[in-house]
Design a protein around this ligand. Structure first.
Ligand SMILES: [Zn+2]
Length: 450
């Protein structure tokens, strides 16, 4: 698709959390429809010039503007469709992705997921360079076509595997750098960092430009592990990213321990904790105590609503009784930075998924009742994860910001979250990109069925 580099997108609606407060104030007197007020959508026109947003002009609904100053420029009429910044996926597992046909999780349990990955990665040793590169790149192709701008992936690091994985990650990050900003986090038992290899492993992560992470379990040694990790991370100026409390056991309070350790050891770099499911099955006093500590320690939270819905409370021949997600609303109300992300895709931890943050937002909204009011929850798949990844220029709609935008035909949140929006337009550097998804058959030769 060829397009001019200087043009207007007229008659669009942008969630007002992305609009500068001065501009919102300036547009205060423009009458807008009550549906827009309810959904907090800001009607406007956007001028795009050489890949950047050059102007944002407030617009009263349905008055195709006569005030657009440069009539001679080409115009894309958004017909009141919504625009948001490109997505940011804070928590994924690209290295596990798309192995479902090879090693499905047929009982759908958490243990079944662990077994499936162990079989695929360690027993069968399937994760060679070519296998990993192609599956991870498949995930990137899906993400890019859906409108994702940045991704953090956790990487399984068993001793026989991590060097190959790090090499593939490095090459993909380089190959894809103009399309997707990629970050890596190690995924190991936390005990790994107190072994003889711990320091060397931390060096390898630093050398990769990644962050340190792993799965926190309620062990008597947990505080020792956290102290060690915080020391190693501080020495190397790395962030931390944990899988915490991915369980329905209320006794699991690893999120609390992480926040406590961050304060105790004065850890200042960004910490992100994912899952935090057990927070939702604890009594209110206990949960609130943790939430307050998380806020105080400035820990960011990422909820993985689709994967939690899939794995939590799964017992054979029984209907699940809870949705598996953490207390996103309470965390947000306490001022914690809460993101929503995809987690796994078509692997033993989650049998579905397509790296589409709109689907994550849509499912997250329905699972966690983030609708009416929608508030600023659209930030949970855009600007908030960008900020937790330290990417301050991503996830914004502002003058001089890069025009990395997703335009939908949907004119309201109800329309947005009722269809899959496969006909969305993704603008990167102001140009519409091809949004065709890769064909599953691309991976057929890697995936003989077990
Ligand atoms: Zn995960």
């Amino acid at each position: 698709m060829t397009e001019p580099s200087h043009y207007w997108i007229v008659n669009t609606r942008i969630p007002d959390c992305f609009i500068d407060s001065a501009m919102r104030e300036q547009a205060r007197d423009i009458p807008i429809a009550s549906t827009l007020q309810r959904d907090r959508l800001f009607p406007c026109h956007l001028e795009i010039n050489h890949g950047q947003i050059a102007a944002i002009i407030p617009n009263a609904i349905d008055s195709i503007s006569s005030q657009i100053p440069t009539e001679s420029l080409p115009i894309i009429d958004a017909k009141q469709g919504m625009i948001i910044p490109c997505f940011v996926d804070l928590h994924t597992h690209l290295d596990k992705g798309h192995i479902w046909e090879r090693n499905p999780n047929l009982d759908g349990t958490f243990q079944g997921a662990l077994n499936g990955i162990y079989r695929d990665c360690t027993e069968q040793r399937n994760w060679n360079y070519d296998d990993l590169y192609r599956r991870m790149e498949f995930g990137l192709k899906c993400s890019y076509a859906h409108g994702t701008r940045a991704i953090r992936t956790h990487l399984d690091c068993p001793p026989h595997q991590f060097e190959t994985t790090f090499q593939v990650f490095r090459e993909l990050r380089d190959q894809w750098k103009d399309k997707i900003t990629l970050q890596a986090v190690s995924l190991v038992p936390l005990s790994h960092f107190v072994t003889d290899q711990g320091e060397q492993f931390a060096d390898a992560i630093a050398d990769l430009g990644g962050h340190m992470g792993g799965i926190a379990h309620m062990l008597p040694e947990l505080d020792d592990y956290l102290e060690r990790m915080m020391t190693l991370a501080k020495e190397r100026n790395l962030g931390l990213d944990f899988h915490t409390d991915e369980t329905d056991n209320p006794e699991s309070r690893t999120l609390h321990r992480v926040a406590e350790a961050a304060l105790k050891y004065d850890f200042k770099s960004q910490i992100v904790c994912g899952h935090c499911c057990s927070l939702a099955v604890q009594d209110e006093v206990t949960a609130n105590e943790t939430i307050a500590l998380v806020k105080q320690a400035n820990v960011g939270i990422v909820s993985l609503p689709m994967c939690n819905l899939y794995l939590q409370d799964r017992i054979e021949a029984r209907t699940p009784r809870w949705r598996g997600v953490t207390l996103v609303r309470e965390l947000e109300a306490a001022g914690v930075n809460v993101a929503l992300s995809s987690d796994n895709c078509r692997d033993p931890f989650y049998g579905f998924g397509d790296h589409d943050l709109l689907e994550v937002f849509s499912m997250g909204t329905k699972i966690s009742h983030l609708d009416t009011p929608y508030g600023n929850w659209i930030e949970s798949v855009t600007s908030r994860p960008a900020s937790l990844m330290g990417l301050s220029n991503i996830g914004k709609i502002a003058i001089s910001a890069t025009a990395d935008l997703v335009l939908f035909k949907a004119r309201s949140y109800s329309e947005l979250l009722s269809r899959h929006q496969g006909d969305r337009t993704v603008f990167r550097n102001g140009m519409a990109i091809a949004t065709t998804l890769p064909d599953y058959a691309e991976l057929d030769d890697l995936l003989p069925q077990e």
